[in-house]
Design a protein around this ligand. Structure first.
Ligand code: PAF
Length: 284
């Protein structure tokens, strides 16, 4: 597996793959890999001849009071996991390489970005879109794979790529859960044992909405209330930032749920802000 820390070396490798007629998949990440990342890498390997994984804790997507300094990092372990998942190259730029002095251009897709997570993280998706577009320009992939755990991020990136005619196919990969239902996230490492013990209730609450949907309930207000009622009893450590039942692809709020509807949520649990989502019609 190749490891690149500079742009010229990365670009030279990309053009040599291109000249040999190889297709390229990119998996943008912030590292500290878990099985969810491994799933993205394996999906990418099925979509293109060569897989490039970027590892960059992107400072511009963190707010001033957020966890940039504390964000977990383990580059050596990350490289071993990438190698084990048949990644061809890892790109690990430094912050000064991605944001040299004088950097002053931003990419934003405001109508999808200023809602849900964007309400408490106002500059977050601007940072995400900017760094993702830079990575697309550097790696020039045919396809890029993102986790569906961050449902809003996936929608924002699809919109950005579509609006700006970026020649990259955007693919989502389903989120991966622990055996007890907690969605895998690098930020789960912030949880204390007590918080970790309660964390699966986040998903159990969402599943409540799926069960009611299956039983015929379609009013999103009733579905949302059932989830909040469940959490009030079973998830007292969780502080709900938002819970919405939305049309999945457009993120539009709906009054009557249908087969495209998703419950999307963000909840504070101790130092962690956990996000999760489920397709109402698909879960048991
Ligand atoms: O999902 C993430 O890890 C990040 O937001 C991303 C897409 C790598 C951009 O920094």
């Amino acid at each position: 597996m190749l490891v690149f820390e500079t742009v010229p070396a990365l670009k030279a490798q990309i053009s040599s793959w291109r000249q040999a007629g190889r297709s390229i998949a990119l998996v943008p990440t912030m590292g500290f890999f878990h099985q969810g990342h491994a799933t993205l890498m394996r999906k990418a390997a099925g979509l293109a001849d060569k897989v490039v994984v970027s590892i960059f804790v992107n400072p511009t997507q963190f707010g001033p009071q957020e966890d940039l300094g504390a964000y977990p990092r383990d580059p050596e372990r990350d490289r071993a996991i990438a190698r084990a998942n048949r990644v061809d190259a890892v790109f690990m730029p430094g912050a000064e390489l991605m944001y040299p002095p004088g950097f002053d251009t931003w990419v934003e897709s405001p109508s999808l970005s200023r809602r849900l997570c964007g309400l408490v993280r106002p500059a977050h998706f601007r940072g995400v879109c900017t760094v993702v577009l830079k990575l697309f320009n550097l790696v020039q992939p045919d396809v890029a794979v993102f986790g569906e755990k961050d449902w809003q991020q996936l929608a924002v990136i699809r919109r950005m790529a579509g609006d700006l005619d970026v020649n990259v196919r955007i693919e989502g990969a389903p989120l991966v859960r622990e055996a007890d239902g907690l969605a895998l996230s690098s930020r789960n490492s912030y949880l204390t044992p007590e918080e970790r013990a309660q964390a699966p209730e986040l998903y159990m609450g969402l599943k409540k909405a799926c069960r009611l949907y299956r039983e015929g309930e379609r009013e999103t207000a009733a579905l949302g209330k059932a989830v909040r009622d469940y959490w009030a009893v079973n998830f007292p450590l969780g502080k709900v930032d938002y819970l919405h039942i939305l049309d999945g692809p457009s993120l539009e709020e709906v009054r009557i749920a249908d087969s495209r509807s998703r419950a999307v949520t963000a909840v504070y649990l101790g130092k962690a802000r956990l996000i999760d989502n489920v397709l109402l019609s698909e879960n048991d």
